[in-house]
Design a protein around this ligand. Structure first.
Ligand code: SAH
Length: 408
């Protein structure tokens, strides 16, 4: 039985019923690594995703071009088409000889993610895309357009292994890590669609990228760092988006937070704290049993002091679970104990409901009291405006439970 047999299902209708760019209609592609199935249900496989141009460093691109018997300047031309012009279709790269374009596509430009559904909210300003990878794994990304900027929220893993009980992604466990190209694909696609003006709101570009979609970015550190470099590298080697516009959000994988300091990249670090005391945090963020509040805050402080970048402390407000005024006081105390030179900023997130959860968002009066207690203690605090709730596109709602819909 071939590896994808029994794994091909009737999703073509769904795919074709959407208005997708041409490459989105490709159901199979043949690549250097063999046929890839972009339609099937996720089946755990040892097979690795195909290698894409975006998985290679600029040096490796020159190497592969040379070993394919091509002059090395082709590497720059190819990168220029992909990263600078954002043209995803090698058959239209007219600076390459016609006979070469097919080969280039088949060798280095497999379709990494196939868009299988698109949902709009907030009058078109929030767009959630579900993507299917070569093995059927589904991930989601969200584009949020504001008057003066566009933020995209991307996934670093299919599923998530952190098992936070309030988060929809955490309920299904981890399917697998994404590769660098699967991560950058989400950014490339958003950048291209924004530049071409095909999205509601007219032409624009990506201003902010937050790793707050599915997955724990620090648990897929290598691929995330490779992706960050591609996003950050100036054209034509990368997308040329300033690392300052990047936020990596973590549940508090302390060794990786420390490793990030050494990368010397001006990315913003966000820490999902959600409780100032270990007793509650052990329950809300199970990784706390390995890296407790003190360890996480120490690492966050070290990151801030080494990079001079303010760390964002994320705190979901859950009714009668973590929203008591005394917890606001304790949070302020523990943050300020490490210094009060503007190294942190607290970002409160009203809980977004997830299916089957007994928890709800805080009562407005408790939310106000929580904010007041923080402010009184001199803690800079904002409440995150929620986007995309009605399409399950808000923080913690990305579940990608599309499998059941497309297979039924
Ligand atoms: N694993 C990383 C990144 C993904 S989650 C992390 O946890 O930081 C991005 C943010 O959404 C985190 O702050 C997370 O705690 C928050 N979040 C998760 N579930 C949520 C929910 N149901 N409502 C509101 N925010 C949620």
């Amino acid at each position: 039985m071939s590896w994808f047999e029994g794994n091909v299902i009737a999703t073509t209708n769904l795919v074709e019923s959407l208005v997708l760019p041409d490459y989105g209609r490709l159901v199979y592609m043949t690549t250097a690594t063999g046929p890839i199935d972009l339609t099937g249900k996720f089946v755990p496989t040892r097979r690795k995703p195909p290698v894409h141009w975006m998985d290679l460093t600029p040096e490796q691109r020159v190497e592969v071009v040379r070993s394919a018997g091509l002059p090395s300047f082709r590497a720059k031309q190819i990168s220029n088409q992909w990263f600078t012009r954002l043209d995803p279709d090698p058959s239209s790269w007219t600076d390459l000889p016609a006979g070469l374009r097919d080969r280039v596509q088949q060798s280095w430009f497999p379709l990494m993610l196939n868009p299988v559904s698109e949902q709009f909210a907030d009058h078109g300003a929030t767009i959630k895309t579900a993507w299917r990878a070569f093995d059927g794994a589904i991930i989601e990304s969200v584009i949020m357009r504001y008057r003066d900027r566009t933020t995209i929220c991307i996934s670093s893993e299919a599923g998530c292994g952190m098992a936070c009980p309030f988060c929809a992604t955490g309920q299904g466990g981890l399917q697998r890590n994404l590769t660098a190209s699967e991560i950058v694909w989400q950014v490339h696609d958003a950048a291209r669609r924004l530049a071409s003006g095909e999205l509601p709101g007219g032409p624009g570009h990506v201003n902010n990228i937050v790793f707050m979609g599915m997955g724990e970015p620090m648990a897929n550190y290598r691929a995330v760092m490779a992706a960050v470099r591609q996003i950050h590298a100036p054209n034509p080697d990368g997308l040329g988006i300033s690392a300052r516009s990047l936020t990596i959000s973590t549940v508090g994988m302390v060794p990786r937070m420390r490793q990030l300091i050494d990368e010397n990249l001006p990315v913003t670090l966000a820490v999902s704290l959600h409780a100032p005391d270990d007793e509650l945090r052990d329950e809300l963020v199970p990784l706390n049993r390995h890296f407790d509040v003190d360890a996480v805050l120490d690492a966050a402080w070290d990151y801030a002091s080494a990079t001079k970048r303010r760390v964002s402390i994320e705190y979901i407000l859950i009714k009668q679970i973590n929203d008591q005024a005394w917890r606001a006081d304790l949070l302020a105390k523990r943050l300020k104990a490490r210094g009060d030179w503007g190294w942190f900023h607290v970002n409160l997130i009203p809980l977004n409901p997830t299916p089957g959860s007994k928890w709800t968002a805080s009562h407005p009066k408790d939310e106000r009291a929580f904010v007041e207690h923080l402010e009184r203690a001199g803690v800079p605090v904002t409440i995150r405006a929620t986007r995309g709730r009605d399409i399950d596109g808000a923080c913690g709602q990305l579940a990608a439970n599309l499998d059941s819909r497309v297979t039924s």
